[in-house]
Design a protein around this ligand. Structure first.
Ligand code: GLN
Length: 504
């Protein structure tokens, strides 16, 4: 089978499968070999050839019957935050080592072979589970209990996190697309660090049912692929109202491919983004922004201008505050969500203990890694009597003001743009044991998360050492179509998104 297939995207592969130029079984084997050959990247935490091939055969059968489900036979994989029937579901934690879920997450069922109440599914074939930071807490994938992931652009560097396995696998052509989750940037930042395209939709667009919870008011699922078009196809399949998630947005199914391709009024072939007002918050371009990131982002913005967009100056005055606000609210919710891991109902239980309390203590001491413990302690502290008003309540008030700041901006512009991260990917181990340093690097992704807005990372060229730089686009609520349209137009005019790391 040709190498060309390794570089083919989701839309391309789905077409080839439908025309029967290649079978789902052939693709599953081809990518399976590729994954094995690059196991040293650490991107996958679980593979099961028999299970994958059984799904591929099922897809081939449906293709033979003329079924036109949008992803039928396309190889995909899931961040190990999504529970999957058949594969272990660990959330990157020792706490859930070997945990077998009795059901598929809604997103998994929708992208795959469906479930009761969710229809037949889009028919994607699962290749395995992807490494991530423990309970999605982190920005480097170094917090996984199953080892770090290496950035395929430079193995000495982090792939970003927490969806680091997904980003590295997509960049290394181990598969055309996969799922990620984003609580404070975990789709956008690793997409930026690995030079792939990722979109975090509006909070509520994708069901959280079966996503191991980190911070429930922030967690959102989204696709990561090499193009906006592939993301649009995946997002159409994985999104939609779900009665099993109380915060799921009750909206009709969306066709993001059609929204992405819709003609704008006054647009022409050479100026597809005519009339689009792109806001540049001055706080997203501080003096501390790395020069190479600034250069790449500015060059991508100039491309958007050529395509018909107008750049306008805007302000998000509470950008810096998003860091303390997020690092109060997210740990608060995490401390509550992680209370369920007590050695009784799920996963790990200490082997020796004297009584029930001792069992809880030992189980949690053994099962959770250092970053998770840190967040449980911070979260418990900010929720405790006497500190609740000073920290948690204040943070909630600021969260509302941050959301209001965005609404003020959207009076002046249709989309907001800026960098995803203040620098390119840093070296593994570089930030040592200074978690605050890592938290500070989340500055540009946290605001949209706190506001529940859709955000995207689009490859915008390369910075120092040839390392990828992402352009962040943020839209108003439910404006995923507009984000994808801008990203698609940029990708039609540039080749940043097709560049592969050397050796891949
Ligand atoms: N880096 C952020 C954190 O550590 C975001 C993680 C995420 O989006 N899951 O919490």
């Amino acid at each position: 089978m040709s190498d060309e297939l390794l570089h083919a995207g989701v839309v391309d592969l789905a077409g080839r499968l439908r025309r029967r130029e290649v079978s789902a079984v052939e693709l599953a084997r081809h990518f399976g070999q590729r994954i094995a050959a690059h196991a040293d990247l650490g991107a996958f935490v679980a593979l099961d050839e028999a299970l994958t091939l059984a799904q591929a055969r099922r897809a081939d059968q449906r293709l033979a019957e003329g079924d036109t489900a949008p992803l039928l036979g396309v190889p995909i994989a899931h961040k190990d935050i999504f529970v999957t029937q058949g594969w272990p579901s660990t959330a990157g934690s020792k706490m859930l080592q070997g945990y077998a879920s009795p059901f598929d997450a809604t997103v998994v069922a929708r992208l795959g072979f469906g479930a009761a109440g969710l229809g037949a599914g889009a028919g994607g074939v699962t290749l395995g589970k992807l490494n991530c930071d423990e309970f999605a807490m982190g920005s480097t994938n170094e917090n996984s209990a199953y080892g770090p992931v290496h950035n395929p652009w430079d193995r000495a560097r982090v792939p970003g996190g927490s969806s680091g396995g997904t980003a590295a696998a997509v960049a290394a052509r181990l598969l055309p697309a996969a799922t990620g989750t984003d609580t404070g940037g975990s789709i956008r930042q690793p997409a930026s660090f690995c030079g792939v395209t990722g979109i975090k939709p509006t909070y509520g667009v994708c069901s959280r049912y079966g996503m191991v919870a980190f911070a429930s008011s922030l967690d959102q699922a989204g696709p990561m692929a090499r193009s906006a078009e592939d993301c649009a196809l995946l997002l159409s399949a994985m999104s939609g109202f779900d009665t099993r998630d109380a915060t799921s947005a009750e909206r009709p199914p969306q066709d993001f491919v059609a929204q992405m391709s819709a003609q704008r009024p006054g647009a022409s072939a050479s100026r597809p983004l005519q009339g689009l007002r792109v806001g540049l918050p001055k706080e997203f371009f501080p003096a501390a922004l790395a020069a190479d990131v600034n250069r790449a982002v500015r060059a991508a913005l100039a491309e958007l201008e050529k395509l018909g967009a107008t750049l306008v100056d805007v302000s998000l005055p509470r950008t810096e505050l998003s860091i303390p606000v997020y690092y109060i609210i997210a740990p608060a919710e995490a401390s509550s969500n992680l209370g369920r891991f007590d050695g009784v109902k799920f996963g790990h239980r200490a082997a020796q203990y004297s009584d029930l309390l001792d069992m809880y203590k030992k189980t949690r001491a053994e099962g959770f890694g250092p970053e998770v413990k840190r967040r449980i302690m911070i979260g418990t502290y900010v929720l405790s009597h006497g500190y609740y008003d000073a920290y948690y309540l204040q943070a909630q008030k600021l969260r509302r003001m941050i959301a209001d700041d965005f609404q003020a901006c959207f009076k002046q512009c249709d989309l907001i743009a800026g960098p995803v991260a203040p620098s390119v990917a840093w070296k593994l181990g570089e930030q040592g044991d200074d978690p605050v340093k890592t938290y500070l690097a989340d500055i540009f992704t946290l605001p949209a998360s706190l506001a529940g807005l859709p955000g995207m990372s689009v490859p915008a060229g390369q910075g120092e050492g040839g390392l990828p730089v992402g352009l962040q686009l943020i839209g108003n609520y439910f404006q995923e179509g507009a984000l994808l349209q801008a990203a698609h137009a940029l990708q039609q005019a540039t080749d940043f998104h097709t560049r592969a790391p050397q050796g891949f």
